[in-house]
Design a protein around this ligand. Sequence first.
Ligand code: FE2
Ligand code: FE2
Length: 272
Amino acid sequence: MKHWRIEDVAWDRFVAGQADPAIVPLVKAAAMVERNGIDYAIYLHNVFRDDPDFGGAVDTWALEEVQHGDTLGRWAMLADPSWDYAAAFARFRAGYHIPLDAETSVRGSRTGELIARCMVEIGTSSYYTALGEATGEPVLKEICRLIAADELRHFKLFYDHMRRWLARERIGLLRRLRIAAGRIGESEDDELAYAWHCANEPAGLPYARPRCAAAYMGRAMSFYRFHHIERSMGMVFKAVGLPPRGWLSGASARLAWRLVRHRQRRFARQTS
Ligand SMILES: [Fe+2]
Ligand SMILES: [Fe+2]
């Protein structure tokens, strides 16, 4: 069962003047990726076809992700009445596909698949927390709070199932670390960049990943603060099986923070 419904949001509190023009295009792009959660559910059902416990949880998870998309899409249409969420999503869906017919995880094991899902949920929970803290628009603030709480629950869901699969598959720490780092690195791949393109660029402009990734990441990263990275790093450590609050986690967070700032500046230079 979902923890909240789209009608629970106090939409009448929307204040147009407080919808930050730097945040609106990010919300549009995020709506695309969230709405596509249903495809991931099909893929996860294939990969975990002999695990009914997980299958049941995936259906609720996918409904929540779709609701995230619909809620963000609705907010973006309030902030920009000329924007068409359904049309933008149809464009995204026509051009972006995940391997729905895969029978085994693209991560090489079920544990690996679940670690990768943990990384995505860490990313989304920290992203919506950061956007929610940055915006002054009351409805978006509420939406971000609701979604970030869902993403944190999703992390726990995938983490618990991952621990169960790890006990069976016993993949080593180094492999778990490699999968986690690999999935984090994919945030600059096609999915988000293409979502940016479909949500924000005119139909006549051909898609170019470097341009769209820089446009998206340069803006998105500007909303992160050190405490978001520090918390995320603790969750990454927990997911791979390392102490979430030790010196190594702290040092990694400081390094990651420098990397985020460096990349944000680089992306911003590319788009200016
Ligand atoms: Fe989500
Ligand atoms: Fe999620």
